[in-house]
Design a protein around this ligand. Structure first.
Ligand code: ADP
Ligand code: MG
Ligand code: MG
Length: 886
């Protein structure tokens, strides 16, 4: 069965009937005024696309269902005396607005146009409908460039002195039909088909084929919609909004999709058909105006909107048409909305008793929360955008326009904020992108180089603002209406909406962030802050996963705590060796005797201890996982080239430069081709005697001191980059001894768990053995992704990820969203095997994925105890952990 009458479907059949068909069926069964019609399934489309032919039996089924529509309306398709007309409409499972095709008024021919005119008593209307059919059919089915029809229409308006299409009379429209037909003939060598059924069948095929139209393919790639689904086709008896001033067509929302405010929103256009409302051919009136124009239809519409909202228990958007005072519904769906609207509406619906709190939590997500946390342009200072592109990477950025990377770097260096404006970016633009506050491109979509790299850097980006023309040699950007932006002019770009503004728009902190930081009491905040507060409470009450933060400084730790982190899952110690402490590290590396080495370590110890005391104080009572030193040693030494030049220059001057020469040979000795796979992590701890012991001593002494001060330190020691249990055992043995010694000397009981990061495939594969020596595992998913895929995470994002994303090899960077299939499989294995050996093994994750909405769900499912992420993402992880649990 490839065809369903509207009365045979329902809203849960979106897989088969597409969203539009499923909801038309649902409305039909609710008894709402939907014109009769039927839906050809996505299955039929899949067969057609695979074989190039309609599935066997489809034609007969269509005939059968068409007959029912004809009976319901008392007319035959294309009957010369009194024709039934139908629309043929695409409608996939996921809404793809405007991406595929629709043809209206199928069934009109040179003969039936007269019948239609007689029946309606309106010549003008009939010819208007016919010219629309030829236009849509010509474009969609016969592949003629739509611009040709537009030109002919403009031409007709000019000749008749008509301002709008409605000002053309019947004779003018009849001439237009003739012109349209001529265009068809010229462009395709074919006549417009005069057999109604031929029109219908060809339109159905064209809608099937529109699934593979380039813009639809691109849209699916961006939205992560599978190419295999196919579209359903809806055949619907026409109702006419172009039958005069008491007819019209409109769209309506049951709440404001921009803000979530309750009320009636929408647009209405009298004497119009189909897409006229959104196409902007004439000015629409606000929906409220309909109350004046046609009170009865307006009241009925409001009544239906209330019913639909109660029925779907969500914001609905609606397409309707009024034909001579009679209201018809042509489409509804649960409407898209902004992030702010999503939060507000979810809470309103709870208050209205339509959904419960758990359902409200399902209705919002971490991406939306992230949107609400970016700084944004002051609403009160908003102005007209000069262009709109893709909202590639959120945020609000203001700066001077520059047109090449070198200028961006140069201007940024002297303290200017710049917006890097490029036609599109390439890996050569990386420096400029780093230097800029925001990036604007005129070409490319959400997977373009600019978009991918900007998102990776957390930098605001608008891409593909096609209305802008860039002239690099003249250093100008021109926009619609002759706007010219010169190098140095100030631009404001909104990465959340894709808008580009001329001049500086003031940026304000998000009130949602102020709320999370504890500086804004939700009771005194607006309804958005109250909605976020309410849903966060639901999420916190439901979630099983703990949420910790990655934080290395007391300030970060405090911020994380305010954001709701209940511990630090990753306290890196690298930065504690920089600045003026670098000198001691150099001495450590250059040490030629135990005494020299010990002296260097001795000098580092008090500073390290102080670091830990401060962090443990900021996180008093909460767990703090300290990772021992991880990066390659040479990172603490001067650059090889710089140093070699310095030594050479000194020698040329006849100086000895003994110190530098010694340093140089050490740098040469430590130089590695692949430092990320080299002497780092536990390897460093094992081959540089005393280094890890010093760190462990600093940690243990800090804990002892906090206890003496009356605090409650809960520190944990984490050994990085372990590949074999032997490495962990050695490091652990040394650490245990140091902790015991410090405890004995201080006379306190120090229970410090010692665990390891799982960030190498071998560690995951041998988790059962490693678990015997580890109190906890923390998955370092950044390194694990890098080592599982063999991707250098410092290079690939700019080098070839954009190309991979374009080719669809992956839909999102595996460094952003966990690769569940590959990396996730190793994590699952390590969890299972580790817990089998040690049921109380604590499991966490501390890579960037810990704050990625989709990945959090996986971490919940796989049974981790906590996720750890950057402080800013803590609320996102809390929300998603709650959602994963309901
Ligand atoms: P899209 O999915 O792009 O919104 P639709 O299939 O909904 O395309 O149709 C395009 C326009 O034509 C819409 O405004 C719709 O309301 C209108 N339309 C579709 N079918 C009919 C019909 N049978 N009678 C009147 N208008 C229709
Ligand atoms: Mg529609
Ligand atoms: Mg790592």
């Amino acid at each position: 069965m490839f065809v369903y009458d509207f009365s045979q479907g329902n809203k849960d059949m979106r897989d088969l009937l597409g969203g539009k068909g499923a909801n038309l069926a649902e409305m039909t069964n609710l008894g709402l005024p939907v014109p009769p019609g039927f839906t050809i399934t996505t299955k039929a489309c899949q067969v057609y696309l695979a074989t190039g032919e309609e599935p066997p039996g489809l034609r007969e089924e269509v005939t059968e269902h068409l007959r029912r529509v004809e009976q319901a309306r008392g007319r035959r398709l294309g009957d010369p005396d009194d024709p039934l007309l139908v629309s043929v409409r695409s409608g996939a499972k996921f809404s793809m607005p405007g991406m595929m095709d629709t043809v209206l008024n199928i069934g009109l021919t040179d003969a039936s146009v007269h019948g239609l005119a007689r029946q309606a008593g309106d010549e003008r209307f009939a010819w208007d409908s016919y010219r629309r059919l030829i236009q849509m059919y010509g474009k969609t089915v016969m592949g003629v460039d739509g611009a040709r029809f537009d030109e002919a229409l403009e031409d007709a308006k000019r000749r008749h002195g008509a301002e709008h299409d409605v000002d053309l009379d019947a004779a003018a429209l009849r001439d237009l039909v003739a012109s349209y037909k001529r265009i068809l003939r010229e462009e395709t060598g074919q006549e417009f088909p005069q057999d109604p059924r031929t029109q219908l069948d060809a339109a159905i095929r064209a809608v099937f084929e529109s699934w593979n139209a380039p813009r639809a393919v691109i849209y699916r790639r961006q939205e992560g919609i599978s190419d295999d689904l196919g579209t359903a086709v809806n055949v619907v008896a026409m109702v006419f909004g172009n039958l005069g001033p008491d007819s019209g067509t409109g769209v309506a929302f049951t709440r404001d999709p921009a803000t979530g405010a309750r009320g009636v929103y929408g647009d209405y256009l009298p004497n119009a058909q189909g897409e006229d409302v959104v196409a902007g051919i004439r000015n629409t009136v606000p929906l409220s105006e309909l109350a004046r124009l046609d009170k009865r239809s307006y009241d009925e519409l409001l009544d239906i909107m209330a019913r639909l909202e109660a029925h779907y228990a969500d914001l609905c958007d609606i397409e309707f048409t009024i034909e001579r005072g009679k209201l018809w519904l042509l489409q509804t769906r649960v409407g898209k909305r902004t992030a702010a609207a999503a939060f507000r509406i979810a809470v309103q619906l709870v208050d209205e008793g339509l959904i419960d709190e758990e359902e409200a939590l399902r209705r919002v997500d971490g991406w939306q929360l992230a949107q609400l946390m970016f700084p944004r342009f002051d609403e009160n200072a908003r102005r007209q955008a000069i262009a709109k592109g893709m909202n590639a990477s959120p945020g609000a950025a203001v700066g001077r326009a520059v047109f090449d990377s070198a200028t961006a770097v140069e201007w940024a260096r002297r303290g200017e904020n710049v917006i890097l404006v490029r036609r599109e970016t390439t890996p050569d633009d990386l420096d400029g992108m780093i230097a800029a506050r925001g990036i604007l491109t005129c070409r490319g979509g959400k997977t373009s180089h600019a978009a991918v790299v900007a998102r990776g850097m957390g930098k605001t980006c608008v891409c593909g603002a096609e209305a802008l023309d860039i002239d690099v040699s003249a250093r100008t950007l021109t926009g619609p209406g002759g706007v010219v932006v010169r190098e140095g002019d100030v631009l404001s770009i909104d990465g959340s909406t894709g808008e580009v503004f001329l001049g500086q728009i003031p940026v304000v902190d998000s009130p949602v962030v102020q709320y999370f930081e504890g500086t804004l009491d939700p009771a005194s905040g607006d309804d958005l802050v109250r909605a976020v507060d309410r849903l966060m409470k639901v999420a916190d009450a439901r979630r099983r996963l703990g949420v910790r933060a990655n934080a290395d400084t007391p300030a970060d730790a405090e911020r994380a705590r305010a954001m709701g982190a209940t511990g630090i899952g990753l306290c890196r110690t690298e930065h504690m060796f920089l600045g003026e402490r670098r000198r001691h590290v150099e001495r450590l590396i250059l040490a030629e005797s135990d005494t020299e080495r010990e002296a260097a370590l001795e000098a580092l110890l008090p500073a390290q201890r102080r670091d830990f005391i401060e962090i443990l104080a900021a996180m008093d009572g909460l767990p703090v996982t300290v990772r021992l030193l991880d990066p390659p040693l040479h990172e603490f030494l001067p650059d090889l080239t710089d140093l070699a030049v310095r030594v050479a220059e000194a020698r040329a001057r006849g100086e000895e430069a003994a110190e530098d020469a010694r340093l140089l040979s050490a740098v040469r000795r430590l130089h590695e081709q692949n430092p990320m796979l080299g002497l780092r992590g536990v390897r460093l701890g094992l081959v540089v005697p005393g280094l890890y012991a010093m760190q462990v001593r600093a940690i243990a002494e800090a804990a002892a001191q906090r206890i003496a001060e009356g605090g409650e330190p809960k520190v944990e020691i984490m050994i990085p980059l372990v590949g074999s249990v032997e490495e962990l055992e050695r490091a652990r043995e040394e650490a245990t001894a140091v902790v015991a010694e410090v405890a004995a000397r201080a006379g306190v009981d120090l229970a410090i768990p010692i665990g390891t990061m799982i960030e190498l495939p071998r560690a995951a594969l041998t988790a059962a053995r490693i678990a015997r020596s580890a109190d906890f595992f923390s998955f370092g998913t950044n390194d694990l992704t890098q080592t599982v895929w063999g991707f250098s995470r410092d290079d690939v994002e700019a080098a070839f990820f954009p190309a991979y994303l374009d080719m669809g090899i992956f839909a999102v960077s595996p460094f952003e969203t966990l690769d569940v299939e590959g990396v996730g499989r190793l994590i699952r294995l390590a969890c299972e095997e580790g817990r089998a050996v040690r049921p109380d093994l604590k499991l966490g994750v501390c890579g960037e994925h810990g704050g990625d909405p989709e990945s959090v769900r996986f971490f919940h499912q796989v049974g981790l105890d906590y996720v750890s992420c950057s402080p800013f993402r803590v609320p996102i992880a809390r929300l998603e952990a709650g959602r994963a649990a309901v």
